[in-house]
Design a protein around this ligand. Sequence first.
Ligand SMILES: [Zn+2]
Length: 243
Amino acid sequence: MRDEDILRHARQLVLPAIGAGGQHKLMDAHVMVVGCGGLGSIAAPYLVGAGVGHVSLVDGGHVDIANLHRQWVFRSDQQGMAKTTCLGAHLTALNPNVVVTCHHQLFDPTLLQNVDLVLDCTDNARARTLIARSCWNAGITLVSAGVIGMNGQATTFIPGKDQPCRDCVFPEDDSTDDACAALGVLGPVVGQLASIQATEAIRHLVGMNGGLEGRLMMVEMGEIDLRFIKLKKQKNCRFCSNI
Ligand SMILES: [Zn+2]
């Protein structure tokens, strides 16, 4: 590790859970962030700040004024620009040592080559299902989160015979609606869930135990409540029971 790396990451290197060994694991990792909206635009800077060696961004959208109350990485003068371009520039300026790859497109399973971990930061069920199934088939850990109104949820899917997949947990979830547009969303609550995703990703990359796999974390900021639901693999799952 270079002197600059030691200085840059000094505050996390002293954490027993990270240390030099964990930092090397982060610097060797390739994380893909699918969706550069409220979740992805906030989670990605944390990953780059932590020194994850390669971060790939996937989003076919453009910056819109209605995004800015929660996607504060973007600026008003960037309206109409590709989100991946704007966020990519921000990340490179934050930490020039990280390789940032921008895919201005919808998610495609072929993008997953050489990816160690994926953050699902999309906002509709059809995309989430495709991402989850693709990661499962590729054996890639998936950290998923979603927010509607003032409530959010997060979990981690680790492909394996004993683990629930996304279809086990959300068996009939096929909608394509943009829930944020229909039901609204409070900006800081999105930031909370994005931070949880980034934390969970770092935990898994450095090899910490006891993450969100097999558990759905439910953050309810309307009533200020935090709950965990145990997730189970379903014998008759429409996806993983056939594999
Ligand atoms: Zn399943």
